[in-house]
Design a protein. Sequence first.
Lengths: 111, 112
Amino acid sequence: LAKTTQPISMDSYEGQEVNITCSHNNIATNDYITWYQQFPSQGPRFIIQGYKTKVTNEVASLFIPADRKSSTLSLPRVSLSDTAVYYCLVGDEDSSYKLIFGSGTRLLVRP
Amino acid sequence: NAGVTQTPKFRVLKTGQSMTLLCAQDMNHEYMYWYRQDPGMGLRLIHYSVGEGTTAKGEVPDGYNVSRLKKQNFLLGLESAAPSQTSVYFCASSYSPSWEQYFGPGTRLTVT
């Protein structure tokens, strides 16, 4: 499974756009990129998943450059409730049983 | 539709005691997973199941056993608890081997 590297923490203010970048230099051809969100004392929650270019859903966008060695989770106009830990994971369907969560990125949104 | 539920929410054990954590899902998912999360760390996969009657080892299986006698339930057992097993345990399920797993609320276990 490809190893991922994310910033340990990020600070932002309400209403700003937040971009969290994940590095995955050893991503394989069949690997997908997936992001989860975790609030304190809760289990992780799926946010978004992509393979290439750009994916957008109701809560976030995922930008993946052509070489796929990195990806950026974009949260538009964050609010205090977006304060959480965000995890980037990489793998294919066959390895999805073995989700490997790193330490994630702790996002703090300030008023 | 309750999703994924876990029982109990909290538990304190003495070293050497045993216990079973219960995970239940009502989404008819084939795949179920048990993770542990230590303070400030990401989740680590303990065991998983790809269907009723099947189980397999994950990243950190030592000291734990599991059973999947019914499709909707996945049990995690600790036969002889150790302080190193103090952690928060999360159960998850998914319909297929994709990345969207649905997590339960967690069980906070302390072993003294």
